[in-house]
Design a protein around this ligand. Sequence first.
Ligand code: ADP
Ligand code: ZN
Ligand code: ZN
Length: 733
Amino acid sequence: MNNYLRIAIPTPLRRYFDYLVPANFQAKHPPAGVRIKVPFGRQTLIGILLDVVHETNVPVQKLKHAIEILDEKPVFDTELLQLLRWCSMYYHYPIGEVMQNALPVKLRQGASTHIKGIRRWQLTPEGQQLDLLSLKRAAKQVALMGDLKQSTSGLLDSQLSEHHVGWRPVMKRLQEKGLVESFEENALPIAQTITSAHKLNHDQRHAINRVIEQKDDGFHAYVLEGVTGSGKTEVYLQVIADVLKQGKQALVLVPEIGLTPQLMDRFLQRLDGRIAIMHSGLNDEERLQAWLHTQAGSADVIIGTRSAVFSPLLRPGIIIIDEEHDLSFKQQDGFRYSARDLAVKRARDLNIPIILGSATPSLETLYNALQGRYETLLLPERAGNAKPPTISLLDVRSQKMEHGVSAQLLHKMKEHLENDSQVLLFLNRRGYAPVLMCHECGWHALCPRCDAHMTLHQSNSQLRCHHCGTEQYKPSACPKCKCDDLLQMGFGTERIEHALNELFPQYQVIRIDRDSTRRKGSMEKLLNEINNGKRQILIGTQMLAKGHHFPNVTLVGMLNADHGLYSSDFRASERMGQLILQVAGRAGREEKEGEVLIQTHHADHPLFKPLLKHDYPGFAKALIEERQQTELPPFTHLALLRAEAVDQQSPMVFLEQARLLLEQNKQNDVLLIGPFPALMERRAGRYRAQLLVQANNRKQLQTLFASSIPQIEIDKTAKKVRWSIDIDPMDLM
Ligand code: ADP
Ligand code: ZN
Ligand code: ZN
């Protein structure tokens, strides 16, 4: 019987490839999930073994030998392999690239799966007995031996490097003589002392009990709907502690890289286990090590951002998604998966519980709870002595504004600052001014590659496009009419920062946005300056809204909330509500009471009403009803076919053709909408268009694409465009 290796190879082709076993291969056939090096065209690529099969559609004389099997043990176990195959099918993304995405970069490149520990050196019994005088002609050896003798628990590589230049060859000689030995220890951090838990309030207790009580029943999905500051993290901690006690692992997904250090500290202080972190701020080696520790079971808690949903858990016990409504759980390019949705699917496959936590759950999640698929656990009140902040609107129509800040807000700021409290201002626009315009002739600074304005960044006198990254020097005069009267229109965080520095010279202002936190570690540094009181006024984008705990902030001002009220994106109002409550959640988190002021030109808009009363359920209910009437998700399911090209016609031509093909295959009640040019048609020099597909259930979408994609991808119009499918799109622009 012949054996063929069926392999997922990282190429854009939506299929697998069959190979012969390596020419000199003797052992019994390898298990699925190992990495295999194969010749592919003129390249050598690393793929993942899906299966060993006995028949192939490829004529045998055309089959090539795989070059080398890289692993003995699979990098993906059966469960992950299945999940990834499912992903490829559900998201209609090439299997090889799905696998690639789920693997740390170093493993994609063929690195070994060796776990690096921390090396600790100590004396052997012989070493301890040795009279150092007998080494007297080797001064470096004497020095090393002397230091090791004095240390009680041995010395780490890093400690040795500090005091002994070039110690490694010397240590090697001592090792050869049998005088020293080394041990590898788990390199993941672990708590030295564990601080005790809060005394739980009734709702927290109930939530924790529910999860612990039902943990032996296997899969169960909970929505932990707790207002900001209600102590959701405390619930996670105690549930995880219970999971660790059973010897199992907990996977915790968090939205932003900025969140991980704070959360990590809290977890480290409280949990008796090894914690691995996985996020994009790590270097490739750190990521690899965290991944390997997870797989080997030497990490007990894994905290990570989106892609950590693919963590290779050895002893899965629970999955927790913090801030489940956050958009960053959806990958927005390439393999456009939703880590939140996949986490639920994975928990179901693994038959373990999952908690989706948020103060402002997504409508999809609330709808699942309404349908009885998820159990809701409510934390309606803030933990400890903290009270909810009052939220009010500032009607700024025809009010005098100073740099985008109304007189009323300025007045309030003074009050709070004089009380030794901190003030946080929120504006979802970075840079200095979003538009630079000539006062004389009306010229605007437009991006040469996008249908968009360039944003002025004053700090380095640059114009920058926030869509494609194009940078130019700020012109000193209008390029069209040469007049030098250039108007800076609108406000970004940088401009507000300048203004605040002038308005409040006696206070220190700090700005937190993507520009000010670009360098590694800068976010942590800025957060420290806030929490140790060095800065009193905080201005930032939504980075500041996410999950942070600023004990001394009592006033939060939203400079502009109107964007979400009249947007063409049907999710805009949901996001606006979530943002308002999340931003508001930064105020008054401890003893001092908090206050939130929202500047708006539409103070009588009905959407604001429930939000002012902290009534997110009421707010969400109205939106869910609206979605039902308008037949939008979660009542229907969407997919977006996108195409782009350097010329304007090709994307539309391709999508018209795709539409024809879909028409032929579709069931009656599947709707095709478009194609139409994207709202911002040109981005980074490419024209973009899209076709929206709407169905009553996921199955319809799946069958339609499964039958249509093979036709779409070989259509000749497809050659002229880059195209992609976005299943359950979160961004319709
Ligand atoms: P959330 O994640 O819901 O926004 P946190 O878990 O960050 O809330 O809790 C907010 C604050 O309340 C933290 O300082 C936390 O230590 C504290 N806290 C949590 N639970 C309790 C409790 N039962 N009693 C007193 N303080 C608590
Ligand atoms: Zn001009
Ligand atoms: Zn651009």
